[in-house]
Ligand binder design. Structure first.
Ligand code: C2E
Ligand code: CA
Ligand code: CA
Length: 694
């Protein structure tokens, strides 16, 4: 406990009066009492809070050692002296003092002088902390300053506009953002300052913003000396001022970049044509328009013929260049109101509103084909690429984007099967055919797993002896949903989808294991003819599959005869030649199927090493009726024999045909005259009995 001397006691006596009790209770205000030596005699709770010294720490300390900043000490000491000695009051004032930590404390300080019962002068200071107020003030000015800085930093322009569209005030961070001096717009109406269409927009939004009391944003463009400039205006109504605040921003840059994004989103990067999305969107717009005006829209689906070949053989770079040139030609060949778009790959679309009759559509289609007749010149190469074109016209062929697109696609598909470089109009029949095709394709996907395929066998005979010499394996498909589907329908689809590869493997395995059974049962050297389609040659495993099947069935290769049509050879691909040579080296027999139906069968006969030639059914059918067919068959047999090939005549249905074929020297025959293709067991029974009979 700190000892209190007598003198101090004298001074303290007074401190227990009601006034001091009140001071003790307030903590928002600092009340300090000082004696004539400027030593603290009273220090209330408020002083502890504001200045940080406890009462115990403060009592007895001199004022200048506690809260007076150094540079003020002298002044305070003399002012105090003047008051004590000469009665000169210290006026109340705002001053900055220090707290215990030495930090500034802003106070409003008032002072009173008491004279106590011992005639001693006591100064009381009543300090109100101003720091918070000061801070608030500082914040206000800081905010003002910040706002100023923000205004300056932002390129936005601020305008205050009256309800009648008179511009009353503005703020521009930099005057160079203003395109006209203020004197030319302050006090003027919007319509006197901006072009009519922009002013109209402004006025519409001014009315809207007043009426709906909600902010609006709109865009407009102005032709300024430095070029076309895009602006965004955000406008809001300030009811307390009855003014409209408009913040205008130059968005030319954003506009430009969003244009680029749009360009990417809506246009094909390679050809710069509208992409699929935009094309179909335009089609949808055209359809709406056409519907209102009772017009039609022609949709042409365009596909480059054999583009894949160009890409595969000459590379993507040339492929891309070709697409660019093709796009240019298409664009040039169409009207302004048309849209030419790229749907992807080598697929394009032409949308033509308002072509009134079929004739004018045909003219357009014909013209497009014509435009592609001229060869393309790319990287010093001359390329001929034709088009296939499918046409669907609204509303007859559909009223929706997807229907029209699908139907035009179907028609294009038809054009391709017509032999390319052609156009075809969509018909309802195509649709039925298309739907059927999809069903077949769909069902075929798992048909192998579901064991729906069965190989039938049709016997082949020696024309002279009429002994069975072998059989042709012919595939059958029994599907629970579609019934029996014939190979003429499903083989081409299997070919296109590639499903022919596993299906063909199944036929090879099945027919060879059957052959092995047949040979053992009937103790004879029969030959099995199996059909191979072009797609199977692209399968790298073909040779392996054949070898393994032969091995598994324990058969020598010369018991297998592969029937190939001209279609296989026509593609002229090197891998086909290689596969044929390998097969031949393996010892498998090759047979030229459907001979006479193609164009250049003869040259292929010389080019490749065939063992058998199959005279097509259509000629066999004709030999009893017309001389031409008979001559053709005669010539075919002669050529075949001269090249060392055996001849099989297929489709022999009547004995006259058989007789003539015999006369012409045909080696083998096959046809309904003897037997239709049969399931394995039935075939075994048939051949068994047949041999016993003969
Ligand atoms: P293709 O190779 O020309 O087969 C001969 C077709 O003529 C068979 O039709 C056969 O049933 C039929 N035929 C045989 N004798 C006569 C006759 O006297 N009169 C008539 N009108 N027709 C006769 P199918 O079995 O419907 O096969 C059609 C085509 O499907 C075959 O023609 C062949 O190109 C293809 N094909 C059949 N099975 C397979 C196979 O396993 N693989 C491949 N890739 N194609 C196959
Ligand atoms: Ca055949
Ligand atoms: Ca044939």
């Amino acid at each position: 406990m700190k000892s209190i001397n007598k003198y101090e006691l004298l001074e303290k006596a007074i401190l227990n009066d009601p006034l001091h009790q009140l001071f003790d209770a307030v903590d928002a205000i600092s009340v300090q009492g000082y004696n004539e030596d400027r030593r603290v005699i009273y220090w209330n709770r408020g002083s502890e809070i504001i200045y940080g010294y406890t009462e115990e720490e403060a009592i007895g300390q001199k004022i200048e050692d506690l809260i007076i900043p150094k540079d003020m000490c002298e002044f305070v000491i003399s002012a105090h002296r003047d008051w004590v000695q000469k009665g000169i009051e210290i006026p109340a004032s705002e001053i900055t003092l220090h707290d215990k930590d030495g930090a500034d404390v802003e106070v409003f300080s008032s002072h009173v002088m008491f004279t106590n019962q011992y005639n001693k002068k006591q100064m009381y200071c009543v300090d109100i902390n101003m720091t918070d107020t000061k801070n608030a003030q500082a914040q206000v000015s800081f905010k003002e300053h910040m706002l100023q800085t923000i205004f300056e930093a932002t390129p936005d322009l601020f305008f205050l506009i009256e309800k009648d569209s008179t511009i009353t005030d503005y703020y521009a961070g930099s005057s160079k953002n203003l395109y006209t001096p203020p004197s030319k717009f302050i006090g003027y109406k919007i319509s006197e300052v901006l072009p009519a269409d922009v002013a109209k927009k402004y006025n519409t939004y001014i009315n809207k913003v007043i009426k709906e009391a909600a902010p609006f944003t709109f865009e407009y463009e102005l032709m300024l000396p430095h070029g076309l400039t895009y602006f965004e205006a955000r406008i809001n109504y300030l009811p307390e001022y009855q003014q409209i605040l408009t913040i205008v921003r130059d968005i030319t840059e954003q506009h430009r970049s969003s244009q680029t994004i749009k360009q990417h989103a809506y246009y094909d990067t390679l050809t710069a044509l509208p992409n699929r999305f935009l094309s179909l969107d335009r089609l949808s717009q055209m359809l709406n328009e056409a519907d209102r005006n009772n017009e039609n829209v022609t949709v042409c689906f365009l596909d480059l013929d054999d583009f894949k070949k160009v890409n595969d053989s000459l590379g993507h770079e040339i492929g891309d260049k070709l697409l660019i040139e093709a796009a240019k030609r298409l664009k040039k060949a169409t009207r302004k109101t048309d849209t030419v778009g790229r749907l992807g790959g080598d697929e394009f679309i032409l949308l033509s509103p308002g072509l009134h009759d079929e004739m004018s559509i045909k003219v357009v289609a014909q013209n497009l084909l014509e435009v592609f007749r001229k060869p393309f010149h790319i990287d010093g190469r001359e390329l001929i690429v034709t088009l296939s074109l499918g046409v669907a016209v609204s509303p007859d062929n559909g009223t929706t984007v997807s229907d029209l697109l699908r139907n035009a696609d179907t028609a294009m598909y038809q054009a391709k099967t017509l032999g390319r470089n052609a156009y075809s109009f969509f018909t309802k029949e195509m649709n039925t055919a298309m739907i059927r095709r999809f069903e077949v394709e769909e069902q075929m996907r798992n048909a192998l797993e579901r064991d729906e395929f069965e190989v039938f066998y049709q016997p082949q005979f020696d024309s002279r002896t009429q002994n069975v010499i072998g059989a042709e394996a012919l595939l059958r498909w029994h599907n629970p949903a579609l019934g029996n589907i014939f190979p003429d329908e499903f083989i081409p689809i299997a070919e296109q989808t590639g499903l022919i590869v596993p299906i063909g493997q199944y036929v090879i395995n099945e027919s060879l294991s059957f052959l092995s059974l047949w040979q053992t049962q009937q103790n004879n050297d029969f030959v099995m003819a199996v059909n191979l389609s072009p797609r199977q040659f692209r399968d790298k495993k073909l040779l392996k599959v054949i070898k393994e099947a032969l091995k598994k069935a324990n058969l020598s290769p010369d018991h297998l005869e592969l029937e190939i049509t001209e279609g296989v050879l026509m593609t002229g691909q090197s891998y086909i030649t290689e596969a044929l040579i390998e097969l031949q080296e393996l010892g498998v027999k090759l047979s030229m199927d459907d001979f006479g139906t193609g164009y250049s069968s003869l040259s292929y006969l010389r080019q490749y090493h065939f063992d058998v030639l199959k005279v097509d059914r259509s000629f066999v059918n004709g030999i009893t009726i017309n001389k031409e067919d008979r001559d053709l068959v005669k010539a075919s047999i002669a050529i075949a024999h001269s090249l060392g090939l055996k001849v099989v005549a297929e489709g022999v249905e009547i004995s006259e045909q058989l007789n003539i074929l015999n006369d012409l020297g045909c080696d083998y025959v096959q046809g309904y005259y003897f037997s239709k293709p049969m399931p394995a067991q039935k075939f075994l029974d048939y051949t068994e009995n047949y041999q016993r009979e003969t």
